[in-house]
Design a binder for this molecule. Structure first.
Ligand SMILES: [Zn+2]
Length: 174
């Protein structure tokens, strides 16, 4: 797994939630959690309801980081991320599975939520160090609260997806 792609764990998890519409939450049971984990073979393992609670708690913590940035509180966002990094230390291992060249895995031990948290927090820390914290965004479409990384050259992206940029926006031209 490419180190940069650990940051994707953050977006994939946070966007399972709908803060304003809990009934549309897509991470409500163990089947949904297993589904989220299937694309990450290194995160596979038995999961319990305790793990589900832990992952949902992690999701809330990660969202607060994006919300803090959206409200201009970069120091607060970094403080939250640093506390996640302390709570979920990484356990790096060099791995060469499936015919791939040797590459670094950064979270190889602990429970599934611990490994998810360690990978996500480190991925986000690497992303922020490389690209700047201002690229963490919350979609501005009404009724969407998805988070994303704005990787455009002029930092102009305001929506998580094309369909969100075409929904009626209270701010013309955004
Ligand atoms: Zn959106």
């Amino acid at each position: 797994m490419d180190l940069a792609s650990y940051a994707d764990l953050v977006v994939e998890l946070v966007n399972t939630g709908r803060p304003a519409e809990p009934e549309r939450d897509s991470l409500r049971d163990l089947a949904a959690l297993r589904e989220l984990l299937t694309i990450r073979p290194h995160l596979s393992g038995r999961v319990t309801h305790t793990d589900l609670d832990a992952i949902r708690e992690l999701r809330a913590e990660l969202r607060k980081i994006f919300d803090a940035v959206a409200h201009g509180d970069e120091d607060g966002a970094v403080e939250r991320l640093n506390s996640l990094l302390i709570q979920h230390p990484i356990h790096p291992q060099i791995s060469g599975h499936d015919g791939q060249r040797w590459h670094l895995h950064i979270s190889e031990s602990g429970s599934v939520p611990d490994r998810y948290a360690a990978g996500a927090a480190m991925g986000l820390a690497i992303y922020i160090s490389d690209h700047g914290i201002g690229r963490l965004r919350v979609c501005q479409a009404p009724s969407c609260a998805n988070v994303f990384f704005d990787n455009t050259a002029n930092r102009s992206r305001r929506h998580c997806a094309v369909h969100c940029s075409t929904t009626t926006s209270p701010q013309p031209g955004v």
